[in-house]
Design a binder for this molecule. Sequence first.
Ligand code: NAD
Length: 371
Amino acid sequence: MQEIGIGIIGTGFMGKSHAMAYRAAAGLTPGIHPVLVSVADIDAAAAARTALQFGIRRHTADWKALIHDPEVHVVSITSPNRFHLEHALEAIAAGKHVHCEKPVAPNSDDARVMLAAAEKAGVKTQVGFNYIKNPLLKLARTMIASGELGEITGFRGIHAEDFMASATEPYSWRLDPTGGAGAVADLGSHILSMARFLLGPITAVSADLETVVKQRPESAGSPVLKTIQVDDIARLTVKFARGCRGHIEANWVATGRKMQLGFEISGTKGSLSFSQERFNELQFYSVDNQGRHKGYQTLVAGPEHAPYGSFCPAAGHQLGFNDLKTIEMAEFIQSIVKNDISGPDFKEAWEIQRLVDAALVSSKEEKWIAI
Ligand SMILES: NC(=O)c1ccc[n+]([C@@H]2O[C@H](COP(=O)([O-])OP(=O)(O)OC[C@H]3O[C@@H](n4cnc5c(N)ncnc54)[C@H](O)[C@@H]3O)[C@@H](O)[C@H]2O)c1
């Protein structure tokens, strides 16, 4: 049994999700045992609470102490985006493997610095594009690659939620331009990662970014309003290297939508349709099914779609969000022990960040940007 020591920076939505995932990952990594060694948060009380809740050995308000803890082999960064660079560079310099949440950095220059440092140090990296860890998306990718859909003629992707829809939603780190763009970085990075995972590189972007809520309270309930500088909605047209084109929307003011991360991919022989809101199902249309069988059919996740079977031996019982995070962490830990690539790594995150940067420039200059 090989133990891998884990340190988690940040104890919010993602910090807790990472803690749950590392604990559950042992079920997918026979012979390798992730151990929660330390948790850090600028809020010392939050770090202490999280340590108690998850049985983490140590807690600290000093993220550098966590990184230099000799029992920590992997550092998971779940702090707000503008801190990712300094946390990652310190961890890499200390020779630690790094998992960093998305978007990896506020801009592609910072992402490239992180990539170069990791490559030089020879440490493993991974970035939190958890949704592409869905076994049914691996099936979709295989179906596309094997030609089951024929020649791909178009991609329509969306990541829409409504957590910023209310104008009373206060200012937060997500709206701080020093942390990067708005919806196009926060949600757009997920659908861009999905598009690249399924169809490969994107070579050009034309984008229109819009700030719908122009001012927000500087804190919850405050009468003082702050002007918003980042986008609420991003509408992109993209060109893929394989020849097809697509539309992508990132939108965090889509009233009523909680997790509309999905796509439709059309090909000459068939189509696929997917939504994260029903992510244990993949809709497949084949032109071969005619007459009474014409229409989309629902492919249901089951043990034949690895690693679903590591969670449950029966189809249709369904995976959940934290199971995707568990798959992500299990694959990362295995890649460290086996010295191979799990991904998406800092290289992939840099490629995605370049697309986000291109969308910003395209919208500002009202022109296509080649990558
Ligand atoms: N992969 C996903 O599906 C997903 C979902 C949500 C968020 N995220 C990403 O995860 C990251 C965190 O988002 P969240 O929703 O968990 O945020 P959050 O606000 O819920 O939590 C952030 C935590 O970081 C702590 N923190 C702030 N500054 C710090 C510092 N300098 N050092 C140490 N700790 C610090 C805060 O106290 C808080 O506990 C972001 O990059 C975000 O984009 C990814």
